[in-house]
Every structure is written in C-alpha cells, then in structure tokens.
Ligand binder design. Structure first.
Ligand code: NAP
Length: 199
C-alpha cells in the first residue's frame, strides 16, 4: 500500500519506518520537508509537503498535534475521499481527545480509524514487554477494519477491535489510563495493556 504519514515526529517516524520494512511505500508529509531533522526519514520514504504526500495514497496516518488536525481537515479534507484515515493524534488537554467529528465533517467519504493513540511510541518501536505481545485497542468504520488490523499487526502489536467509531471514547479512556499510570503514578512510558481471555 502507499501510506501518507502526516507529521513525522515520534509517532509518524516510528510507525512509518516499520511499515516501510513491511514493504509499503511511505510518504511523509511535513510543513518543511527540507528541515534537517527529517534527513533520516529520506532513507525510509519520500519527505514532501503535506498536499503532495496525499496524492495517490491508500492510507493516511495523522500523527501531528491534536490541535492541528482541524486545520489539516479544513485544508485537505476533500482530498481524503476513499482513503483510510487513521487518527493517532491526541487533544491531550481537552475532554475529547480524538478529532473524528471534524474529520467526518470535512472528509465524509474517508474511512476513519482511531488507533495508535493510546500508548507511548516506545511501545510501537518495541511491541513486546516481558516477552508478551502488546495489545492495541482501536476502533474504526467497517470498511477500514481489514487494513487497520493488517497495519497494527505489521507494527508487531495484536489488534483488539473495540467497535465502530462510537467506541472512540472507550479507546481514549485507555489513553487516559496510560497517562495516569505512566506519568501520574510513575510506572514510566514502557507500559501497555493486555486483554486476557479464557483458553
Ligand atoms: N509521543 C507519543 O508517544 C504519542 C503516542 C500516541 C499518540 N501521540 C499523538 O501523536 C501526535 C504526534 O505526536 P509526536 O510525539 O509524534 O509529536 P512530534 O514528535 O512533536 O511530531 C509532530 C509532527 O507534527 C508536525 N507538526 C507540528 N505542528 C504541525 C502543524 N500545525 N501542522 C502540520 N504539522 C505539524 C511536526 O513538524 P514540524 O517540524 O513542522 O513542527 C512533526 O513532524 C500527537 O497528537 C500526540 O498526541 C503521541
């Protein structure tokens, strides 16, 4: 698949590198493609302006600050029709952490996913803890589910589907739990969650 990663910092860089290793074509869309901090990513994929990165892509990962997603959606929403758009961005200081409403409004024909938002990026870089595979709780629209499961699996995580987009608040509650434990209670950023099931 051709994947546009919009915002190429901790999350975009980490996920993009792994997807490239899985054989996907990566395009990193950033405000200043010539910034020296993106030099390493040029070995992974193309580093371009945001609009250019979207051309001809199947998948779009939003890994920019949560507060920047509304502006992105307003500017590029009409170019997201038919694409699978993964919202990984968090509005960390707002009641609503995701940006699905504005994405639905500005890109009604995109297929939305809420994923990669509720664990620190270090857990995506190394998706095992104590020898156990980390679970990633996510939600999405039906059309996007097979691709979402594939892309989560390629990071090395086990996808746990929590429902359609109405489950986004549940997915984001896990983010709040992660923050409360990792930062508030001093467990540190290398913590994650596992769904245990009867054999
Ligand atoms: N860090 C984590 O562990 C983690 C985990 C889960 C989810 N998230 C979420 O993922 C998102 C990215 O986090 P991160 O840690 O990867 O951030 P980061 O390292 O600071 O990278 C952010 C990227 O977004 C770009 N950007 C910043 N403001 C922008 C704007 N107004 N328009 C377009 N691009 C802009 C930055 O490029 P410039 O050089 O142009 O500023 C940079 O490439 C955030 O919403 C965060 O809440 C983070």
């Amino acid at each position: 698949m051709i994947i546009a990663v919009i915002g190429a910092g901790n999350i975009g860089g980490t996920l993009g590198k792994k997807w490239a290793q899985s054989g996907h074509t990566l395009r990193f869309g950033v405000r200043n493609p010539n910034d020296a901090k993106y030099a390493g990513l040029r070995y992974v994929g193309e580093v371009t302006a945001i609009g250019e990165a979207l051309d001809g892509t199947d998948i779009v990962l939003l890994s920019l600050p949560g507060g920047a997603v509304a502006e992105f959606a307003a500017q590029y929403g009409d170019r997201l029709a038919g694409k699978i758009v993964i919202d990984a961005a968090n509005n960390v200081r707002s009641l609503e952490m995701h940006n699905l409403a504005v994405l639905k409004d500005k890109a009604p024909e995109a297929h939305l996913v809420r994923a990669f938002s509720n664990l620190g990026w270090e857990n995506f870089e190394n998706p095992r803890l104590g020898g156990v595979q980390i679970d990633l709780f996510y939600c999405c629209e039906a059309f996007a589910r097979p691709a979402a499961e594939q892309l989560i699996g390629e990071i090395g995580l086990r996808p746990v589907y929590t429902g359609g987009l109405e489950a986004a608040t549940t997915v984001d509650a896990i983010t709040r739990l992660w923050f409360a434990l990792a930062m508030g209670q001093g467990y540190g950023r290398r913590i994650a969650f596992k769904l245990l099931e009867e054999d």
